[in-house]
Write a protein that binds this ligand. Structure first.
Ligand SMILES: Cc1cc2nc3c(=O)[nH]c(=O)nc-3n(C[C@H](O)[C@H](O)[C@H](O)COP(=O)(O)OP(=O)(O)OC[C@H]3O[C@@H](n4cnc5c(N)ncnc54)[C@H](O)[C@@H]3O)c2cc1C
Length: 458
């Protein structure tokens, strides 16, 4: 009997899973394995919200495998040691896994290939599992990756996308490969109270509902903060409970302007993946330095604390930061304006903001988080790196009735009309009524001048 190991990482699903399909086609039995990688914890990446979502995904994956006659094997420790141990126990010849883009993923793959090779086993790494196209599938003439989204998107749109695979009917797991208990949500503390549920079934339900009710209006409504009219598929994509390849096929099959705008957004995900894959150091270092000397010291620390806690005195910023804490998720427009506020208006290092997002975001992702933060800070791939998003203009455009602010900033819930975005304009008794809400931490004009000076653009 021939056996293969399928190492699940950020691809926690049974539908459209090329490594699983290859393993099932090539051997009589498979060991579906997930390793709780100690290195991820050591890197401070194991945030409670993501651990909870991961636990949901693992339970659901195990349930799906059991319906097909198998089960999931979970181990924890050093990933390479654990995979080698399981491969030896199962007498497997091959290990299949998905490729990934971070420096950590590249090193992990190399170490695993060497360690398996030393034991006479082969590692097969499958592309286009966690992304639609593999990083490097399209490149400009003069570089190993695209640094600008628009030409990337043009080329990306012209490429054919591999067919999505059906979920297997049967999965035969050999006897005698022991598993640790699956991690559960109940052992975790510090979770966001409004955290979404994870798992492939949940992801597929949301996708179906999105294609039926949401996607058609996406082009017009995706920036409406109060409407909350985006797919909220990002955590499912992050953990791979949903295949990006299947997502793109099904969205394109739906057709129309909404689907086109939505697929373009999914291309941003691939775009950041190919940047990080080619420049892994961009997870911590400026992709394009602007020679910033970011603010530090006691005043900067106070501003950072106010930003994190949603008490900057700018209601739209505070609403967004409170949504992040409450749900472990934030609307894209809100992510953009809070990131611009921190890095440009407050002139604080993008790494401070990116770390805070990673501590809370259920979809927190090295490629998308770090590269979007760099984009917002102007150290990344934005072709207008010194643009500053004015939070008031953003509020008037994307939350014109103030409903988003009222939802997340209860101190201001009773305020009607435009004052909800500018409570500092209130006077007398009215101001006193809302004095639980703080004054702005910075004057927008002064913040802008400071940023322009810092970037030598006075
Ligand atoms: C500062 C900042 C930090 C971010 N951090 C993350 C992160 O850690 N993880 C993450 O998945 N996204 C991140 N994003 C991108 C984006 O905000 C989220 O993907 C999106 O808000 C998720 O909501 P949705 O699924 O409803 O998106 P939809 O609008 O429904 O879009 C569909 C999918 O397209 C992809 N997508 C959309 N916008 C972007 C984008 N700008 N960059 C990359 N992919 C995109 C996502 O996978 C998303 O699920 C960040 C954006 C900013 C500005």
């Amino acid at each position: 009997m021939t056996t293969s190991v399928v190492l699940f990482t950020r691809d926690l699903r049974l539908h459209d899973h090329p490594p699983l399909r290859a393993a099932l086609d090539g051997s009589d039995a498979v060991v579906p394995l997930f390793v709780r990688d100690r290195a991820v914890d050591a890197a401070g990446f194991a945030a409670p919200n993501r651990l909870a979502f991961l636990a949901d995904c693992l339970h659901d994956l195990d349930a799906g495998l059991r319906e097909r006659g198998g089960h999931l094997v979970v181990r924890s420790g050093d990933l390479v040691d654990q995979v080698c141990a399981v491969a030896a126990e199962a007498e497997a010849d091959e290990v299949h896994m998905a490729s990934d883009v971070s420096g950590h993923a590249h090193r992990r793959e190399e170490r695993l290939r060497d360690a398996l090779g030393a034991g006479g086993r082969r590692l097969h790494v499958h592309d286009a599992v966690t992304t639609v196209l593999a990083p490097g599938a399209v490149t400009p003439a003069s570089s190993d990756h695209f640094a600008v989204f628009t030409p990337y998107h043009r080329r990306w749109s012209e490429c054919s996308v591999r067919e999505a695979l059906a979920a297997p009917r049967k999965v035969r797991v050999p006897d005698g490969v022991g598993s640790e208990p699956l991690p559960g949500r109940s052992d975790l503390t510090g979770l966001s109270p409004g955290l979404a549920a994870g798992g492939e079934r949940e992801a597929r339900k949301r996708l179906t509902a999105w294609l039926r009710d949401g996607i058609t209006g996406y082009a017009d409504r995706h920036d409406d903060l109060a409407g909350d009219d985006t797919s909220r598929l990002s955590p499912h994509l992050h953990f791979g409970a949903l295949s990006p390849v299947e997502l793109v096929h099904r969205a394109r099959a739906k057709g129309g302007a909404g689907a086109e705008a939505f697929v373009r957004q999914v291309a941003w995900r691939d775009f950041h993946a190919q940047v990080l894959s080619a420049r892994p150091r961009a997870s911590t270092a400026d992709y394009r330095t602007r020679h910033d000397r970011w603010r530090t010291g006691a005043r900067a620390d106070e501003d950072i604390a106010a930003w994190k806690e949603g008490r900057t005195g700018y209601p739209i910023v505070d609403a967004a930061m409170r949504q992040l804490r409450h749900e472990g998720w934030m609307h894209n427009r809100a992510r953009l304006l809070t990131a611009s506020f921190l890095t440009k208006t407050l002139y604080v290092d993008w790494r401070v903001g990116a770390r805070h997002f990673l501590d809370l975001l259920v979809d927190g992702d090295v490629a998308n988080n770090q590269m979007n933060w760099q984009w917002a800070a102007g150290t990344g791939t934005d072709t207008r790196p010194h643009r500053v998003l004015n939070p008031l203009t953003q509020a008037r455009r994307f939350d014109p009735d103030g409903a988003y602010v009222r939802r997340w900033v209860p101190e201001l819930a009773g305020l009607e009309g435009r004052y909800v975005h500018e409570p500092w304009r209130l006077t007398g008794r009215e101001r006193a009524e809302y004095d639980a809400y703080p004054d702005p931490v910075v004057d927008l004009g002064e913040g802008l001048d400071r940023f322009k000076r810092a970037r030598g653009r006075e």
